[in-house]
Every structure is written in C-alpha cells, then in structure tokens.
Design a protein around this ligand. Sequence first.
Ligand SMILES: Cc1cc2nc3c(=O)[nH]c(=O)nc-3n(C[C@H](O)[C@H](O)[C@H](O)COP(=O)(O)O)c2cc1C
Length: 358
Amino acid sequence: MSLKFAYWVPNVSGGLVISKIPQKTGWSFEDNAAYAKLAEEAGFEFALLQTRFIASYGAENQLEAISLASALAAVTTKLKLIAAVLPGLWHPGTIAKAITTIDQISGGRAAVNIVSGWFKGEFYGFGEPWLDHNERYRRSEEFIRVLKELWNQEATTFRGDFYRINEAPHKPKPLVQPPVFQGGNSAAARAMAARVSDWYFMNGNTLEGFRAQIEEVKALAAVEGRSLSFGVNAFVIVRDTEEEARQVLREIISHADPEAVEGFRSQVQFAGKASPEREGMWADSNFEDLVQYNDGFKTGLIGTPEQVADRIIELKKIGVDLILTGFLHYDEEIKAFGDKVIPLVREKEALLNAVPAN
Ligand SMILES: Cc1cc2nc3c(=O)[nH]c(=O)nc-3n(C[C@H](O)[C@H](O)[C@H](O)COP(=O)(O)O)c2cc1C
C-alpha cells in the first residue's frame, strides 16, 4: 500500500503550535475551505478535524469538528474527512447519524477519530462526569462497537455498561463504511485499538518509539484475528536548506508561550500519566516537545525535501501507513509539501518496491 498523507485541519485558532510566532494560519470556514482544496490537489488523502470546545493551549476560538467536516465535504471532491469525537460529550447514536450524513454529502468520504480525552476542564465546564483513565477507554470501546453495529446491522440492540440501544434502525446506511481512527497511546488505548479500531494514530515520537507501539498493537490485534493500520503525527518544516528549517523550529520554540505550555502540561497529566502503568501520550514530553501539542517535532520531519522524504521512507519501513502533518503557514506549506516532498516519496517508494525482498 502506498503511504497516505493527512493534515490537521486548523479548526482552532493559534495554528498547530503553542507559540506566539507570527503566522498566517487561519481557523475560519473560509480559510479551511481554501486549505482543503489546496490539500486535495496537493495529494493529501485525509483531513483530520480536532474536537475542542473550550480554550486550551492558546486555542481561543474553536469550530466544531463534525459540522465543519460536513461543510468541507460540500466544497471538496476527493478529500476524506476524519471528524474527531469525544465520547462522554456525545451519544453514539447521534454520532453514527452525523457521520452517515457526511458520508451521504461527500459520496463516501467520511471517517471518525475516537478520542478518549485528557482535558478535564472541558468536562467540568460542561458539567459532565469525568471518568478515570481506563474507564474512559471502556466507554470509548462501547462507543465504537455501537457505531459499527448501527452502520452494519438492520437494527441494533446493545447492552453495555455505558450505552443501551434498543432495536434501533439506522437508515440510510453509509455508502462507504466510515473508517474508525483512534487517538490514544496508553496500554488501554493499545488494547482497544487491537479489538475495535481500524487505524491507530500515534503522537509524535522517535522511530524506536513508533516501532515498539506498532509491534505491540499488531501482536494484540493478531490475537483478536484482526489487523489495522498505523498513522503518525509530525509537524513538518521543509525549507531549501536544513539550517533554514532548523532556524524556523528554533523561532517557534523561542516564541513559545510558557504560561500556555505549562497550562497544557498540567492538563495532559490526565492522559497516559493517569493510566495504571503511567505510560501513554505526553508521559515523558519535555517543554520543547509540548510546544507542538501532539509532540510533532519529535518525529523529525524537519529539513530539506530530500531529508524529509528519506525520513518518511524510514517510517514506512517500520510499518507506518499514514503521515499526519501539521504546518506553520498552511497557505504556503500544504502546496509546497505536495510539490516538493510527496513526489520524492513516491519515487523512493517505487525504488523500495523494486528491491526484491530476501
Ligand atoms: C492524532 C491524535 C489526535 C487527537 N485528537 C484529539 C482531539 O481532537 N481532541 C482531544 O481532546 N484529544 C485528542 N487526542 C488525544 C486523545 O484524546 C487522548 O487523550 C490522548 O491520546 C491520551 O491518550 P492516552 O492516555 O491513551 O495516551 C488526539 C490524539 C492523537 C494521537
């Protein structure tokens, strides 16, 4: 399978970094319609919309992911739209219907990213109960099972600890089965991915960090008689020289907003660190890592087009199927990535496929 490319839809203000570096990336519908059209022309297959309802890490204004995905579906023709959903704030019956509606509008281009939550402030703000780490995953797993049953069964009856569904029909069925992505890297997240998700998204990491997760989740899935695909987050800085790219990174970090980064750090302790094994997303992130709120600098897609393409091929070799990208200046960098990096990756992939396996 050739590598797939996705980009983070900037549906919250402040771009993809917790930094006051001047940037042009917008968050409005108009900006996002323009980025989506650029991205599908540039060779991106997926767009990921994050779910965020209350300001955090400087994301002062937010557009809701499912509604915006629906609007982007109407102005694009190829892009697959992955809307993030946070169980606990939604019911799976309503989400199944919303995603099917995007599938209908887009002619089969809808997908969902089930995230299990780290931001207690959002639940407090909305007056909803905040569950323990592993309980959140038990609820997410039921949520995914209900979605899949509604999309596939004539009528669904489900008896879970979190959801009860009684002979509920779901019509129309989606034109194309919406793939279920998941964000979350703790042990509970890995076990859930193996059992019910189609895609496992990883926060930015080293090659070793990715490899260990891919091997473990693949082995867990094999026990279930399943297989799934893997996506990694990366903040991409491509410039003509490596020094220029590194300088951009230094500038982003030197303009970091310490108060917002520390506020973010104090909230993400409810993610992997709150799990029984104390591992998972952000469990060992340092200040610089957190300036990109999904550890995207760690993945190392920073340098010349050639260097970045080589690194992407290294990721492919360890079993990565999709690169989830974020940029500083969306209006320029999406197109530049499509012009300069994706063709190089395709050339290198062709060479890789031509080498006989021994
Ligand atoms: C690619 C990706 C996208 C995510 N998107 C969101 C999001 O939109 N909203 C959100 O609150 N959390 C999001 N998360 C975070 C998850 O909700 C979860 O809190 C986090 O993965 C911690 O999981 P862990 O405790 O299993 O490591 C995302 C995670 C990943 C890897």
